[in-house]
Design a protein around this ligand. Structure first.
Ligand code: PLP
Length: 390
């Protein structure tokens, strides 16, 4: 049997591989602390679980419309209106099995051979793989901590070619926690203004914002940006619903939504009917108090983690404005992120993800989506590791 050649260029997810390795070592009885997963340690809020139980009792157990029920799409439309003043119609929304699936469908429906997709680095590991799988070409814009890992208008201008089809933005960012301000987005919008480049805006972490700052949705900064932006979002991270599989896309481009619906109709059909019902409670405000409780806890952990890392000689990190990751700079102690991460796991039993996996050498990603005592112990071990080895 020969596996199809299209699979040869698809790399497995490094974050998932490290998380699986950490889990395996733990199962063997080793003392492992894992900071590799992009998954909240919190349980799904009770109000959402109850909505799911009710959905089963009410018989929401059949196929639904491929693109999601009217009720779930109305909840998304209301959320986008309430949070960002954005106006979408029912046929401008499609729900898929997680935002990862939404992105896959998007690339498949829009990218043709040789089309370029601009991806700021460091990036979420999945983006370039999905672009390549759709025969597209990822074009990276390198950033570092001196600009809080954000691209500038000049960098964007320089990266655009006649083949550029999409600019991908992820705010707040995985793996850096950077958040674009309205002014920064407007300066990028200015560069795009006379082009037909689309913006894919992955806003998965929008509810996890710190320091009392407000999140600016990319589609909300101007009418021009509204027209060219495809918003990707979901409930996995902010509402602790990673296992439920629910992501969505909003775009005023009805033909795009129609194409995605056609594709999904031949691949997965609808999202789990019970999840579709439960998601309404995640989007309509019923779980807002729970979402805020988790956000406050994340902020406490962020503060402790940033302070502790910055107190270690030879490493440093910028303060993330959102999401639940630190992108820790190890350039002063050699910067070899693969070796650093492998040795750290072997010697101290601490799992982090090398920066190289996100396209940027000289850093590692530390997820603080775990309890405070574990974070404190993990950073204590990292301090010991750095002090003993560099
Ligand atoms: N987008 C970003 C930036 C993420 O970090 C993740 C998950 O790690 C996703 C999308 C995918 O989320 P979902 O669980 O909805 O597929």
């Amino acid at each position: 049997m020969k596996i199809a050649s299209r699979m040869e260029n698809l790399s497995p997810s490094v974050t998932m591989a490290i998380t699986a390795l950490a889990r395996e070592l733990k199962a063997q009885g080793k003392d492992i602390l894992s900071f590799s997963a992009g998954e909240p340690d919190f349980d799904t809020p009770e109000v959402i679980k109850q909505a799911a139980i009710q959905a089963i009792k009410d018989g929401h157990t059949k196929y639904t419309a491929v693109e999601g029920t009217i009720q779930t799409k109305k909840a998304i439309i209301k959320k986008l209106k309430t949070d960002h003043g954005l106006n979408y119609e029912l046929d401008e929304i499609i729900v898929s099995n997680g935002a990862k699936h939404s992105l896959f469908n998007l690339f498949q429906c829009l990218i043709e051979e040789g089309d370029e997709v601009i991806i700021p680095a460091p990036y979420w590991v999945t983006y370039p793989e999905q672009v390549k799988f759709s025969d597209g070409v990822p074009v990276f814009i390198e950033t570092d901590d001196s600009t809080e890992f954000k691209i500038t208008a000049e960098q964007l201008k320089a990266a655009i070619t006649p083949k550029t089809k999409v600019l991908l933005l992820n705010t707040p960012s995985n793996p850096t926690g950077s958040v674009y301000t309205k002014e920064e987005l407007l300066s990028l919008a200015e560069v795009l203004k006379d082009t037909d480049i689309l913006v894919f805006s992955d806003e998965m972490y929008e509810k996890i914002m710190y320091d009392g700052e407000n999140f600016t949705a990319v589609a909300s900064v101007s009418e021009d940006m509204f027209q060219r932006t495809v918003t990707i979002n979901g409930i996995s991270k902010a509402v602790a619903m990673t296992g439920w599989r629910y992501g969505y896309v909003a775009s005023p481009n009805k033909a795009l939504i129609k194409a995605m619906t056609k594709l999904q109709g031949q691949v997965t059909s609808n999202v789990n009917s019970i999840t579709l019902e439960a998601a309404v409670a995640a989007l309509d405000g019923s779980a807002d108090a729970d979402i805020e409780t988790m956000r406050v806890e994340f902020e406490k952990r962020r503060n402790v983690a940033v302070e502790s890392f910055n107190a270690i000689n030879g490493i440093s990190c910028v303060v993330p404005k959102g999401a639940f990751y630190l992108f820790v700079n190890i350039k002063e102690i050699g910067g070899d992120s693969m070796k650093f991460s492998a040795d750290l796991l072997e010697k101290e039993g601490v799992a982090v993800v090398p920066g190289l996996a996100f396209g940027t050498e000289g850093y590692f990603r530390f997820s603080f989506a775990t309890d405070l005592p574990t974070i404190e112990e993990g950073i204590r071990r990292i301090r010991k590791f750095v002090e003993e080895n560099f």
